[in-house]
Ligand binder design. Sequence first.
Ligand SMILES: [Zn+2]
Length: 471
Amino acid sequence: MNNNPDVHLTFLGAAGTVTGSKHLLQTPGLNILVDCGLFQGIKPLREMNWDQFSFPPQAVNFIILTHAHLDHCGYLPVLVKQGFKGSIIMTPPTAELAKLILLDSANLQEEDAKHAKENGYSKHENPLPLYTQEDVHHTLGHFQYQNDEEWIVLSSDIRFRFRRNGHILGSCFVEMDCYGRRIVFSGDLGRQNSVLFPPPLEPDRADFLLIESTYGNRLHSKTPAIDQLADVINECMNRDGNLLIPSFAVGRAQELMVLIHELKKSNRIPNVPVYLDTPMGEEATTILEHFPQWHKLDPKTCNAIFAEVKMVKKLDDTFNLIKNKERKIVIAASGMLTGGRVLHYIKEYVNHDRNTILLVGYQAEGTRGRALHEGTHELKMHGKYFDVRAQVRELDTLSGHADQSELIKWVGAIRNKPERIFIVHGEPDAAYAFSNKIKHVFGYNTLIPSLRQDVVLFDSSKPFSGNTSGN
Ligand SMILES: [Zn+2]
């Protein structure tokens, strides 16, 4: 409790970048953190995960999670370790996915620390993981599940609800009523035409809006994803190549499986084997089956699709599969080639022009995926350089993020004139372009916050007159 009547918002991540989402809302009664993500990508960003959290974690009362991607939930165990005592509120599918993703993240960090110590390539004598699987188990004890569309009362002055936004399983935007004002947090906004999820629901009122801008300066291709994918697969299979699709284990991987299933069913591609190689892949896929009411697939289709994809679980199997010379499609994590099993495939496949590497998601600054997107002629992996001779193709229509026109449509659903729109979760060019577009189309007041910027939203002791002018 503090005596300051101001409600203010501090941008502790996803400001000037697409990762590390953390938005801290300080009110006279409660401190609420919306999302608690890891910084990913270039080293200076990743190093920020080791900084002391700039607000006392024990003074945060609630954390609200929009969805389970690591750049939105991956910092939770650190905050719990540093003293957070409150509840972490999320939808039931988000809870299942977050558990899986956090345990995988802890496992990878433990392995990396061990590997760095054994091989002596860390500047620290005793390299440590940011958190361990045990830390994750402590974090799970704070999880609280809430269905979407139900108002959750946090205090006499604050309530919120989750509303589906079509980005991944369980993902939602947050509508919060706070001392008479409506604050909306978009989370990551999905597409209008996803094969897995219905289009995002829309807010009809927002006095303050935080909106993502990953593709704030881009329009996705108009050619349907399935047609683009058919071309890429056929081209590669005609060369007797291997098609490698780096993908997040959660979301994009399942969407790809659905499209490949449809292409096979209609005989538009040859009946080549399809593998999903990520330790999380099978579970992520099973979680989809646990929540049939959260996606568009019926259980029968679900079964048929997942039965024909071979799951690769053990690392030994990965190496066996790489030795196997028959043409195939492999979906492997991580999606931006920052680590994981996909690197073993790349090392083998990238040198041959009969193979194709297909990028299907956003490739953040500083990642190998971004380097490929920009046409690099070599890639560094595990301390060595590899020439890029494989075909590199992209399929942006499979992105889980709305493009500029979809973002503008979503903002256009708001019927009042927002006092301020904060553009977050975008690299600078995308955020500026989107901010200008909003000003041009709606004439709304926007701000692109910088990292750790603190903005006073309003004085809660003053009655709110409301702003009902339309756009
Ligand atoms: Zn996301």
